[in-house]
Ligand binder design. Structure first.
Ligand code: CTP
Ligand code: CA
Length: 230
């Protein structure tokens, strides 16, 4: 069999990326979600493809240009995303959790459309699983993935909050994202991030396109895998 090698520093590496906000059903026609567009996750998937990785993109989003060559796993809820992530991570080298996972879901989803005659319902929420915490548990057993990257979108105390999350979730790298300004974060094409590594080193990047941020993140992962991170 003739295989045309794509080459690149991530050749032979399996990279799992999640993107988009999860959708938590209230009834058959309604759901709770958040403002994540999925753009940063799609850009990360593309940057990993460009460096030769085998990429699995676990996504809640339709309608963004598909990173050509990535394998698509479509999910809606946090629970579905958890199952897909744990399955794909069994033989993955890298997980990048760019998805905005809903922390809470409606405790019950009505089987039929909720009718307005009954008056405004009171929503009872239940906590969703923390996917990165479950990955940390599986990773202790399996040793995979070697590199786990999280994102922290914060409106205040960016670095303290992000560093605490990095530690709690046993991450290799945290991408701390300041979403207090309107030129960065949700639904725009630019992001303002600080990369925090497990060793505690900080690198604050200027306002950049999400494509450029993705390239910085993936290049840092390449360094970590090669053992040449500064
Ligand atoms: N995350 C996850 N599972 C969840 C919630 C979040 O895996 N149920 C991941 C996100 O994909 C992200 C990282 O955890 O990579 C940080 O998400 P964030 O919402 O900032 O942190 P939380 O731990 O949910 O804390 P809080 O929302 O209370 O700030
Ligand atoms: Ca959260």
């Amino acid at each position: 069999r003739y295989l045309l090698s794509r080459g690149g520093p991530l050749q032979g590496r399996k990279v799992v990326v999640t993107a988009g906000g999860t959708r938590e059903p209230l009834d058959p026609v309604r759901y709770l979600t958040n403002r994540s567009s999925g753009k940063q996750g799609y850009a990360v998937a593309q940057a990993a493809l460009d460096r030769g990785a085998d990429v699995v993109l676990i996504t809640t989003v339709d309608g963004l240009p598909w990173p050509s060559g990535a394998r698509r796993v479509a999910v809606a809820t946090a629970q579905e995303m958890l199952e897909a992530v744990l399955a794909e991570c069994q033989n993955a080298d890298v997980l990048i959790m760019a998805a905005a996972v809903a922390d809470f879901r409606p405790a019950t989803a009505a089987g039929q459309k909720i009718k307005k005659e009954g008056g405004a319902p009171t929503l009872t929420l239940a906590a969703n699983p923390d996917i990165l915490l479950e990955v940390a548990r599986q990773r202790q057993r399996l040793g995979h993935p070697q590199v786990v990257v999280g994102f922290a979108a914060e409106t205040e105390n960016l670095l303290q909050n992000a560093q605490a999350k990095l530690a709690r979730k046993s991450l290799t790298l945290m991408v701390a994202n300041d979403v207090s300004a309107t030129d960065a974060g949700f639904a725009v094409d630019t992001n303002r991030v600080t990369l925090i590594s497990a060793g505690g080193a900080f690198e604050t990047l200027p306002l950049m396109s999400k494509v450029e941020v993705a390239e910085k993140i993936v290049d840092r992962i390449v360094e970590i895998l090669a053992g040449t991170e500064e």
